[in-house]
Design a protein around this ligand. Structure first.
Ligand SMILES: Nc1nc2c(ncn2[C@@H]2O[C@H](COP(=O)(O)OP(=O)(O)O)[C@@H](O)[C@H]2O)c(=O)[nH]1
Ligand SMILES: [Mg+2]
Ligand SMILES: [Zn+2]
Length: 312
């Protein structure tokens, strides 16, 4: 028998997900646990959903998802694409001196942020280790991102250095913190919203029904206003970006000059009179960033081949 729904539908914000259960925050700030109506509905952190109270049940029911402003997607282990979070204003990609930075991961996330219409910044954590790992390559690459007008926040979750600057960037918006495993994402979030994380963890074991409910993703409040999405249980896959048009649009230095290429459909790979290739040649576009672009194009071609589709 379908559950009886009380008539008053209201809107709420998804702030934590535990497989098919969620916590949502009502407009009166009360946090309630919910289950989800039907199998097709897949709310994620950051979603505004419609909810109904259920008579004689502590849990509420999510009955719908409001249209999303954007989605952060990435491939999951089963080879399909999953949505990790919705309605994100600001994406922080974290890198560090150790583990060795994977700049391609950084570039993929920055590309995804451009396509989502989210602001993005590079958080370079563990600066306390920098003297030990002195690397001119790192300074060069950070300078390249600054030239592209991405804020670069050099900080240390360990010493607290410059975390105030990161906090300032997180004010009054919904952010997500992403990046390779081990760069310090959890440490940063603990410093910024540690007490709440504890509470979220407690909540996840508080159902008392013997149901295993580990938190997949949660949205924590940032001091001073703002919220940050944390995905502790999810492995750090970079997002998938699958069409040539999108990839070119996601590299701001490429999209800025692509109109000057001789061919309107220039892919900036080997075409004559390509403004992008010329800029790489002249040193106006970082060769390393351009290599990330090419690598994404190659990846997207493989994906499109295996799906029998065509890249645009
Ligand atoms: N030296 C130093 N170590 C850090 C810093 N931030 C995190 N770590 C360490 O790096 C390791 C990985 O951190 P964690 O937050 O789990 O990374 P995550 O996988 O990105 O969530 C842990 O051993 C942390 O103690 C930092 O600013 N400086
Ligand atoms: Mg972590
Ligand atoms: Zn071109």
């Amino acid at each position: 028998m379908p559950p009886q729904i009380e008539n008053q539908t209201e809107r709420a914000l998804v702030i934590a997900t535990y497989s098919r259960e969620m916590s949502v925050r009502r407009s009166n700030d009360q946090v309630v646990r919910t289950r989800i109506k039907g199998k097709k509905l897949k709310p994620v952190c950051g979603d505004t959903v419609t909810v109904n109270a259920l008579p004689n049940e502590p849990q509420w029911l999510i009955t719908g998802i409001e249209p999303r402003r954007n989605e952060l997607k990435r491939p999951n282990q089963r080879g399909s694409v999953e949505v990790l979070a919705a309605n994100v204003d600001f994406l922080c990609v974290v890198a560090a001196p150790a583990p060795k930075p994977d700049w391609f991961v950084v570039d993929r996330y920055l590309c995804a942020a451009e396509l989502m219409g989210a602001r993005a910044a590079l958080v370079f954590n563990k600066v306390d280790l920098l003297s030990a790992h002195n690397d001119t390559n790192i300074s060069q690459n950070l300078a390249d991102y600054e030239r592209l007008e991405y804020p670069v926040i050099r900080c240390s979750a360990e010493t607290g250095e410059n975390l105030a600057s990161l906090l300032a960037h997180l004010q009054n918006c919904t952010s997500i913190i992403v990046g390779q495993s081990g760069v310090g994402k959890s440490s940063i979030i603990n410093k910024i919203a540690g007490d709440q994380r504890q509470r979220t963890a407690n909540l996840s074991t508080a159902t008392g029904e013997g149901v295993h409910t580990t938190v997949n993703s949660s949205m924590l409040t940032v001091g001073g206003g703002g919220q940050v999405i944390d995905s502790p249980g999810v492995r750090d896959y970079a997002p998938s970006i699958s069409t040539f048009t999108d990839i070119a649009r996601g590299f701001r230095e490429i999209s800025a000059i692509a109109d000057s290429c001789r061919f309107a459909n220039c892919r900036h790979l080997a075409e004559p009179n390509c403004a992008v290739l010329n800029a790489v040649e002249d040193g106006n576009i970082s060769e390393r960033r351009y290599k990330s672009y090419r690598r994404l194009i190659v990846m997207s071609e493989q994906v499109n081949k295996s799906h029998g589709g065509q890249s645009k």
